[in-house]
Design a protein around this ligand. Structure first.
Ligand SMILES: Cc1cc2nc3c(=O)[nH]c(=O)nc-3n(C[C@H](O)[C@H](O)[C@H](O)COP(=O)(O)OP(=O)(O)OC[C@H]3O[C@@H](n4cnc5c(N)ncnc54)[C@H](O)[C@@H]3O)c2cc1C
Length: 308
């Protein structure tokens, strides 16, 4: 059994912690922001491979996560549900590059203008506040700990450190290639919406949850502000109402911003710096798909750490 310190309590760090515990390791999680304060808590969160590379690894991680989340959806306490929805396009579009990661995808034949193409599929929708609480409970009930601590560098201690610090890897891994892609969303009251909708050409999506509907979004590269902008919110709502006209009458409940940890490619590998006092495995840079990649990546991290 290894003593593993996981840095980061977002969806990536917590999923890694659970998988490592399942493999028999002793796991302690350290994080500057607790789960409900992370970018992960802002995610919409629909299973959808968005702004994450490389294609082959992302497709494989996404497929593995789809299966895991579909299993978790059988237990309502997890906050995961399988929901059908539609992605629409304004021009004829081939099947998405991640097509093989979902069991079925059906082309739509009738759609409102300005859309001319699209597809429907069933996918996990994850209510992040519930799900992050559920993941945290899994970690602590299996004997793990969660400690708030802002680190100035990789922690010392344990046999292995898993660096799941998202944007924090700019500091903790001295990696300037991780950069924020700002996403703003608003939440409206649930008005009976049961399907998700997505505009394939832009960051426009509408995701129903049990008590509200998430409406997004934006993807501003290199933008660090976490303050919601009212004019941006109005434009998001206008774009989203093309997909779901009822949104024009829905009551707005609140606004949020999250900074996606984007990187030219997800970094999931063991650090080759042998001067470190213990092994370090990096798992960060999941961009707009941290939820979608979480279980696939966590399984690979556990394989890298090795057997207990
Ligand atoms: C508006 C929006 C909508 C999104 N929608 C979706 C979606 O529908 N589907 C999807 O799959 N993804 C979605 N995403 C993307 C997803 O939220 C991210 O990819 C995911 O949250 C990344 O998770 P993470 O655990 O790597 O990072 P984070 O959630 O950011 O967690 C990082 C953790 O590391 C800790 N940390 C950082 N630095 C330090 C330090 N120095 N010391 C100690 N701890 C540190 C932080 O405190 C935090 O606990 C969305 C994102 C946004 C903003």
């Amino acid at each position: 059994m290894a003593r593993v310190v996981v840095v980061g309590a977002g969806v990536v760090g917590l999923s890694c912690a659970v998988r490592l515990q399942q493999a028999g390791h002793q796991v302690d999680v350290i994080a500057r922001d607790l789960p409900l304060e992370t970018t992960s808590a802002v995610a919409a969160a629909i299973w959808y491979p968005y702004r994450a590379l490389p294609v082959e690894r992302v497709t494989a991680w996404s497929a593995a996560t789809y299966n895991e989340l579909a299993g978790l959806a059988k237990d309502p306490d997890t906050g995961v549900r399988m929901v059908e929805g539609t992605e629409l396009h304004r021009q004829p579009t081939p099947d998405p590059w991640w097509r093989s990661a979902v069991p079925a995808l059906t082309r739509v034949t009738a759609m409102p203008p300005p859309y001319v193409d699209g597809w429907t599929f069933r996918t996990p929708v994850v209510e992040m506040p519930l799900y992050l609480r559920w993941l945290t409970t899994q970690v602590t009930e299996a004997g793990g700990t969660l400690t708030r601590m802002a680190l100035g560098g990789p922690p010392v201690g344990g046999d292995v450190v898993v660096n799941a610090s998202g944007l924090g890897a700019r500091l903790l891994a001295e990696d300037p290639t991780v950069a924020p892609v700002r996403g703003q969303v608003l939440y409206v009251e649930q008005f009976g919406l049961e399907r998700w909708w997505l505009d394939g050409e832009g960051p426009t999506y509408v995701v129903p949850r049990s008590h509200d509907v998430v409406v997004g979004g934006t993807d501003d590269e290199g933008e660090w502000s976490r303050t919601p902008d009212p004019a941006t919110a109005a434009r998001i709502l206008e774009r989203a109402a093309v997909l779901v006209p009822e949104l024009t009458r829905a009551r707005v409940l609140r606004h949020k911003v999250g900074l996606r940890p984007a990187r030219p490619a997800v970094r999931l590998e063991e650090d080759r710096d042998v001067s470190r006092p213990h092994r370090v495995i990096h798992c960060y840079g999941h961009g707009g798909a941290g939820v979608t990649l979480s279980w696939g990546c966590a399984t690979e991290v556990a394989a890298l750490v090795g057997p207990a």
